[in-house]
Design a protein around this ligand. Structure first.
Ligand code: ROI
Length: 162
């Protein structure tokens, strides 16, 4: 039998009814889980990181227990993004219909041309750390850093838990 691992996935949207985008993605992601052991954070309303001439974001984090490999999970998440109508060549820091980012995959460190885990920006993003600390306060990064301490030290930048 394949090994099961816990993966944490960051969700974000600021286009085309972001709350519906994030909630729908969470339901799709739950179907990837081998068990009912999924946990979804609250939704958070956050200021855009990057250009400010775009709408605020809805963000959340979801934990899934999965037997997919990290790259299989990435494929599945990209299919969910594409089904939401995401156009992949859009500018890197601009508005988006749906982002589903693998933040953590078990305790693994992954570095290849398709995937970097832990997610490269997560230690600096309040819209990742606060929902993650909500659902997994005792979690540590592979380098030993505590999510709770990162979350308590980060500037909230006006983030609102909905
Ligand atoms: N800003 C916020 N607040 N939330 C996001 O999910 C998000 N995603 C992005 C960029 C453009 C970096 N800014 C964001 O990809």
């Amino acid at each position: 039998m394949k090994e099961k691992v816990i993966a944490y996935i960051g969700l974000g949207s600021n286009l085309s009814n972001p709350r519906v985008q994030v909630s729908t993605a969470a339901k799709e992601i739950a179907k990837l889980s081998v068990s009912n052991a999924i946990t979804l954070s609250s939704l958070y309303l956050s200021k855009p990181m990057g250009p400010q001439d775009q709408d605020d974001y809805i963000n959340a984090v979801i934990a899934v227990e999965t037997s997919l490999s990290a790259l299989e999970l990435l494929d599945a998440l990209q299919a969910i993004e594409n089904a939401a109508g995401r156009v992949r060549k859009e500018n890197r820091w601009g508005a988006r219909i749906l982002d589903c980012d693998i933040l953590l995959y078990s305790d693994d460190t992954i570095e290849n041309e398709r995937l970097t885990v832990p997610h490269y920006g997560m230690k600096l993003r309040e819209f990742v750390l606060l929902p993650l600390a909500e659902i997994a306060p005792n979690l540590h990064l592979p380098d030993g850093t505590s999510i709770n301490s990162l979350a308590s030290e980060i500037n909230g930048n006006g983030i609102v838990k909905l």
